[in-house]
Design a protein around this ligand. Structure first.
Ligand code: SF4
Length: 151
């Protein structure tokens, strides 16, 4: 665990790969790049999710075009093992760094991935898109929660 934020209360942590419908959801990044190689551009501050976006019956989900953070639901999430977010660990083990510097990030002080893994999570964060239908097989396997039931 990073000692950077070791004194932070876990109750305040946010999941940085959330859905718009989750409690406390905010936008903190925009998905740019290409469908095959998305690259998240972090915003300098969080933005509320427009209600019209939530109400839209479009084929595109907000989490395809924005990076959304929301209150980490811990044991309500398949990635949580009772103590840690296993997704964070798998991203660090399975994905390459795509940044050599910490992206300026509006949620860092509350980010569960940062809390657990520090800068190594941030170096890989900009390639993560929650709903990415063009994900490579490797990326899909890295984040697939069904892996937990196979161990
Ligand atoms: S992992 Fe780092 S860059 Fe990504 S949301 Fe968390 S603090 Fe921000």
């Amino acid at each position: 665990m990073s000692d950077t934020l070791s004194s932070k209360s876990k109750k305040t942590l946010m999941c940085p790969s959330a859905d718009a419908e989750m409690s406390g959801s905010v936008i903190f990044g925009i998905v740019a790049g290409t469908p095959e190689e998305p690259h998240v551009v972090h915003l300098d501050r969080v933005k509320a999710i427009p209600q019209e976006l939530l109400a839209l019956e479009a084929p595109v989900k907000p989490s395809e075009i924005f990076r959304i953070a929301a209150t980490c639901i811990e044991n309500g999430c398949m990635h949580f093992d009772g103590t840690n977010c296993r997704l964070t660990e798998r991203i660090i083990d399975g994905l390459p760094a795509v940044s050599e510097q910490l992206p300026a990030c509006a949620i860092r002080s509350k980010c569960r991935w940062w809390y657990q893994e520090g800068k190594e999570a941030c170096f890989r964060c900009q390639q993560v898109v929650r709903d990415n239908y063009n994900a490579t097989e490797h990326l899909f396997n890295t984040v697939d929660p069904s892996a937990y039931s196979q161990v």
